[in-house]
Unconditional design. Sequence first.
Length: 442
Amino acid sequence: MARLFGTDGVRGRANDQLTAELALALASAAVRVLGADAQTRPRVVVGRDPRASGELLEAALCAGLAAAGADAIRVGVVPTPAVAFLTADYAADFGVMISASHNPMPDNGIKFFGAGGHKLDDATEDAIEAAMAGEQPRPVGAGVGRLVDAPDAVTRYLDHLAAHGGTHLDGLTIVVDCANGAAAHVGPRAYEAAGARVIAIHAAPDGLNINKDCGSTHLGDLQRAVLEHGADLGLGHDGDADRCLAVDSTGAVVDGDQIMAILALAMHERGELTDDVLVATVMSNLGLHLAMTAAGVDVKVTGVGDRYVLEELRAGGYALGGEQSGHIVIPSAGTTGDGVLTGLLLARRVAETGRRLADLAAVMTVLPQVLINVPVSDKHAVAAAESVEAAVAAAETELHGAGRILLRPSGTEQLVRVMVEATTADDAQAIAERVAEVVAAV
């Protein structure tokens, strides 16, 4: 049977694969696993993004928590990193975020955080899934859990952002694309509180328009708004605001790799980059590696997914890591990627240096990168195929060390992702297409 939990919680089309019944069962099982060591009645933080199905799933989750004897602290529509922070701040036993992040509105997801706001490891997720099959205890009377709203949740989170993100953005004009998601409730307020003049776009969520042609996956409107308003920079979030991508004053996109390069050099300069190490995934551009090497910073590489970045950060005690997609993690300020905090820190670097974002991003030369998703009948057979091995070896020879090739099977689909970086876009495209043809023939 397929594993219920994916790379980032349980996801699916809301009210189809991800039903109220499944949410209720997940919540009850999570209390048995994550609340097992609670000295009193377990306390659980519950938040969501503004997509319409979140209301349905929140009701089901809270019912499941209460039925299992846990109290639900409802924090409403907040970013995913806010739920992680509030789980620790309220000293809750665990937290639950209802969101499908950057996915389209019909999708939704359920993500758990353990005590302290940390993501769960595979073994704990498997234990929750196993507990769903067992008999669920049903307390009665005073043993039934209660539902409590937390009106101070957003204020607590904004105070946290101010404490770690700085307050010296006076003179900066920032356009913020809130993706009609959770950032709409906190992003503009956080940047204004730090002193910036803020122009918010796609900041009117109605439950149906989240991520629709906006946010970090559709930066066109943000680019146009930055140019129209003569802004110093633009910041693009996704539906649950754990990502941040940027646009400089010329309208050019500044991706997660470039943001990591800027922040890494700032922390390196201040002596805050532990062991002079940056943690990135295999998908980060070769240009990031070259820029960090030139600056005396070592790059530790993990598999794709912010959970693997987090694991490496915690294992090594490192200070900064992230993904090209804009998930940036700073352990001293939070237990997971935080898009609004990333935006604050990036804007602070612009303000404190007096340099344009375009100039700061120029420390890294982005090599052209081509990614082709190849449908296959057996992604495991591709990895063992001699023809694919030969095609990859030929591509590496052709690149002469001035690029790289990466084949990665999808974690959820029968796809193999062929990624090629080269000194020119034409070379990257040509090599990627040749290798993709060999992969498709297996």
